[in-house]
Design a protein around this ligand. Structure first.
Ligand code: S3P
Length: 167
């Protein structure tokens, strides 16, 4: 079995579903944001603030290269902006099967309103931000995905069970 990769917009449920799925399959779970924070010994918001977004995106690419060396199959949730780089999409393909978790804008707004951890969402109207970013990013997500799943009105357990039928 190859790795199981979860991609999608912030708030799509990648980490929550990923943990549920990993428990269901009895394999480890990891999250590229957690790896980056642990290695940098810094919160993502702080990395953005101190070094800028491009630097963070380079760390995402480095993290994927590190994951390519891991033999044991894992569930891997990746940051919402990671699939935007063509190079990263190549790495994702090499790593395993890519599941794209989709959510409606209204669902994302419910899950993300009040968020203060994600630098990309700070300042300005949340709905406008999400709508614009989804329009910009949808193509990259589609390109990276092997399988697309909707998540609205489903529990993490339900989504994990659905993914399990493919692996
Ligand atoms: C980002 C998503 C975040 C995190 C960073 C940037 C993005 O991850 O990587 O704040 O550009 O969409 P989640 O999708 O896990 O929130």
């Amino acid at each position: 079995m190859k790795h199981i990769i979860l991609i999608g917009f912030m708030g799509a449920g990648k980490s929550s579903v990923g943990k549920e799925l990993a428990a269901l399959l009895g394999i480890p779970f990891t999250d590229t944001d957690d790896i980056i924070e642990e290695q940098a010994q810094m919160k993502i918001a702080h990395i953005f603030q101190e070094y800028g977004e491009d630097y963070f995106r380079d760390l995402e690419t480095l993290t994927l290269r590190q994951l390519l060396a891991v033999r044991q199959p894992m569930v891997v949730a990746v940051g919402g902006g990671l699939p935007l780089r063509a190079e990263n999409r190549d790495y994702l393909r090499q790593l395993g099967t890519v599941f794209y978790l989709l959510a409606e804008t209204d669902t994302l707004i419910k899950r993300l309103s009040g968020d203060q951890q994600r630098p990309i969402l700070q300042g300005g109207g949340l709905r406008e931000k999400i709508t614009q970013l989804m329009a910009d990013r949808g193509g990259a997500y589609d390109e990276a995905a092997d399988i697309k799943l909707t998540t609205d009105d489903k529990s993490c357990r339900q989504i994990a069970e659905e993914i399990k039928t493919y692996v």
